[in-house]
Design a protein around this ligand. Structure first.
Ligand code: SIN
Length: 281
């Protein structure tokens, strides 16, 4: 087993792994220890990596099956499973203006019938200050709800859409052929994690449209109240990036958001991979 050390990052979630070089194939014991750390910590930071796009993809295969992301213009030219996220991003299929991807609370891919399970973000270039990514522990958010509220939420399902009327920030426009891939979908509001068996509130404030079958005012009031509850500081971890960090998070039990609060001249370049998931249940 590699000289792996694990350190807790935040009180609510987050764990850092040091002593690993992902240029070398991991032995089974180390891979299993990282998976356990991710399932327990919800967000896993593997520090100090220096990888080509090809070796990054190869290493992430140890966590799941990489899948391509919807916006074709953001795909890495040599490794299409990698999406390039950059401080220079623009809404290329829309108005061409600067766009910060993921600047409002969300869970990746919830607008798909089968959302990805994990997201990996590799900090290729990070600003000296700012540009943090914030996370929320959605198990704790669910566990803290009164039993009566948990019972009331149990049967509810929510419509998720790529461009929701409730979104908190602009989302990138899609080309017509890309939009066809993402019709509206309905997901349970409470989901059971397929690996841990734990229940989590499954929300995406940027993509949820309405509670299925509910009157719009009542639906908005419920979703707003749940978002206020979920985004309390006590459920959060804020990741300050170091160059070479690979952050892996579990979208089945977390939400996250990017911050674009770094100076205009600073550069932030991330390589993003997502891996296949299962139908939320
Ligand atoms: C994302 O939402 O996938 C990106 C988060 C970030 O850039 O910090």
């Amino acid at each position: 087993m590699a000289a792996l050390t694990l350190t807790q990052l935040g009180a609510a979630l987050g764990v850092a792994a040091d002593g690993i070089d992902l240029n070398r194939a991991l032995d089974g014991e180390t891979q299993a220890a990282l998976r356990r750390a991710l399932l327990d910590g919800l967000v896993l930071c593997i520090r100090g990596q220096s990888l080509t796009p090809q070796s990054y993809l190869a290493a992430m295969r140890g966590f799941g099956e990489p899948i391509t992301q919807v916006r074709q213009a953001s795909r890495h030219p040599e490794v299409p499973e990698i999406m390039i996220l950059s401080s220079e991003d623009r809404d290329d299929a829309g108005d061409g203006k600067r766009l910060v991807v993921g600047a409002h609370w969300h869970s990746d891919d919830s607008y798909k019938a089968i959302p990805c399970s994990l997201t990996m973000l590799y900090g290729v270039e990070v600003p000296a200050s700012g540009g943090d990514t914030q996370f929320v522990n959605m198990y704790a958010v669910y566990d803290d709800l009164p039993a009566e509220t948990q019972r009331r939420l149990a049967p509810l399902r929510v419509v998720h859409k790529y461009d929701s009327s409730r979104k908190g920030t602009r989302v990138a426009a899609l080309r017509p052929e890309e939009a066809k891939e993402v019709p509206d979908v309905v997901h349970p509001l409470v989901r059971t994690h397929p690996e841990t068996g734990r229940k989590a509130l499954y929300m995406n404030p940027n993509r949820m449209e309405a509670v299925a079958g509910a009157e719009r005012g009542a639906s908005d009031a419920l979703l707003d109240a749940l978002i206020r509850h979920a985004t309390q500081q006590k459920y959060q971890y804020r990741h300050k990036w170091r160059r070479g960090d690979i952050l892996i998070w579990d979208n089945r039990c977390t939400m996250h958001k990017a911050n674009a609060d770094y100076p205009k001249a600073a550069r932030r370049l991330m390589h993003r991979i997502i891996v296949a998931g299962t139908v939320p249940a």
